[in-house]
Design a protein around this ligand. Structure first.
Ligand SMILES: NC(=O)C1=CN([C@@H]2O[C@H](COP(=O)(O)OP(=O)(O)OC[C@H]3O[C@@H](n4cnc5c(N)ncnc54)[C@H](O)[C@@H]3O)[C@@H](O)[C@H]2O)C=CC1
Ligand SMILES: O=C(O)C(=O)[C@H](O)COP(=O)(O)O
Length: 373
């Protein structure tokens, strides 16, 4: 069996070793001819899977994307061609939630504004939005949720409409899929009118898809003097982003919010499990076999460890400013895709086991750290 996998997808050889022969491809350069005689195609978000790409796919029976977003895949086409498909729902929800939490603590320190008593609005309450909301409950923030689809399905009672949420929040963070048309369109959901109306001092975070915010309009609003703290992980027209926007952004990164080692590896694992299920093969491989031991595994808290010290632990595992520095220093030399490909190792909070006696242990556990009994 011939398996074609994106070069940036970890552990494919390990997971699929007993299933077939794995060949790698450059996600933005894949051509239709490379799919001749290929049985399985495993992609990331940068490969458009459309009619043109599948023109010569004579044997393809499974397409998997190791991502949550599926806006790069023509799923209707796969269905019509009877090609099985899977994304990797939830694989990097923890990673994105931790990216947001790291950003919140960094801004709170730099702006000397305590997190508690602030109101955060979460737009899109799926895997990521709900994981984030659950973690934030530990921090005494007021959390407002906006998800009209879940609300209509009876799955979210406390839905707040977007404009009301924007008016009431100090921080707004987007976790919606890219939807290009229809009642729940998210393309340019933050258009010029909404951006202009944002209240001064607001923090705007986008770790969903770049097109959710009209980037040109955002640049114009910032150039006109808007007082906003911007945290942008995703951009319109990646990898050729609007570089003029960078100077207005507090923390800028190259679409890596989900790129913990665990998040990326879980993506591959989910596709492996889906493939095995589809073909009636027993899935014997698991993540624990493959993840390396992290550089720091344990922390012992002293009795005077207090709420203010939580930020130090969060940033010990992941400080978003590391990635902001990388982008600003290297974008001109290395390019967006190369920075993503060479992204330095990042682990999740759960890799740190915390021991000691402190009134903050429950908070740390809720944020996702492992607390020793
Ligand atoms: N920056 C990064 O590295 C990553 C970005 N993403 C992006 O984040 C998106 C969300 O991820 P998940 O939470 O896992 O997806 P999900 O599918 O679990 O949740 C998305 C939620 O957004 C809601 N939604 C849809 N349209 C909406 C609208 N107009 N207003 C408010 N809510 C709306 C849906 O009802 C759903 O509950 C993905 O589609 C992907 O584009 C995902 C992972 C990593
Ligand atoms: O899961 C998604 O959706 C994402 O955006 C990924 O975390 C990042 O996508 P890749 O480009 O790394 O596939």
């Amino acid at each position: 069996m011939k398996i074609l996998a994106d070069q940036n997808m970890p552990l494919v050889e390990q997971y699929f070793a007993d299933i077939g022969e794995v060949e790698r491809f450059d996600g933005r350069q894949l051509t239709a001819d490379q799919l001749i005689d290929v049985d399985v195609l495993l992609t990331r978000s940068v490969t458009l899977v459309n009619n043109e790409l599948l023109a010569h796919a004579n044997k393809l029976s499974f397409v998997g994307t190791a991502t949550i977003g599926v806006d790069h895949i023509d799923t209707q086409l796969l269905n019509d061609k009877n090609i099985a498909f899977s994304s990797a729902p939830g694989c990097n929800a923890i990673a994105v939630a931790e990216y947001v939490i790291s950003s919140l603590y960094a801004l709170s320190q730099e702006n000397a504004r305590p997190l508690n008593n602030q109101t955060i609005g979460i737009v899109g309450v799926g895997s990521i939005g709900s994981c984030l909301a659950q973690k934030l409950q530990a921090l005494n923030l007021t959390v407002l949720l906006c998800d009209p689809i879940k609300h209509a399905q009876g799955l979210l009672n406390e839905h707040v409409a977007l404009d009301q949420l924007l008016a009431q929040s100090d921080i707004v963070t987007f976790h919606v899929p890219l939807i290009k048309s229809g009642e729940h369109k998210t393309l340019h959901m933050m258009d010029k009118a909404r951006l202009k109306a944002l209240k001064p001092g607001l923090t705007l975070i986008n770790a969903s898809r770049g097109d959710v915010i009209d980037n040109q309009a955002l640049l114009e609003v910032m150039q006109a003097g808007a007082d906003l703290d911007l945290v942008l992980d995703v951009w319109e027209d990646e990898p050729t982003i609007l570089t003029e926007l960078l100077e207005h952004v507090r923390y800028a990164s190259v679409h890596i919010a989900g790129h913990t080692l665990e998040g990326k590896a879980r993506g591959t694992q989910i596709l492996y499990q889906k493939f095995c299920e589809l073909k009636g093969i027993e899935a014997t491989r698991s993540l624990d076999e493959f993840l390396p031991v992290p550089a720091i595994t344990q922390a012992t808290l002293g009795q005077n460890f207090n709420e203010a010290d939580i930020a130090r632990l969060v940033h010990l595992i992941y400080d978003v400013r590391r990635d902001d520095g990388i982008l600003l220093r290297d974008l001109a030399n290395n390019g967006f895709d190369s920075l993503r490909k060479n992204y330095p190792e990042r682990r999740e909070f759960s890799t740190l086991t915390i021991q000691g006696v402190s009134s903050q242990l429950a908070t740390l556990a809720q944020l996702g750290f492992t607390v020793a009994n």
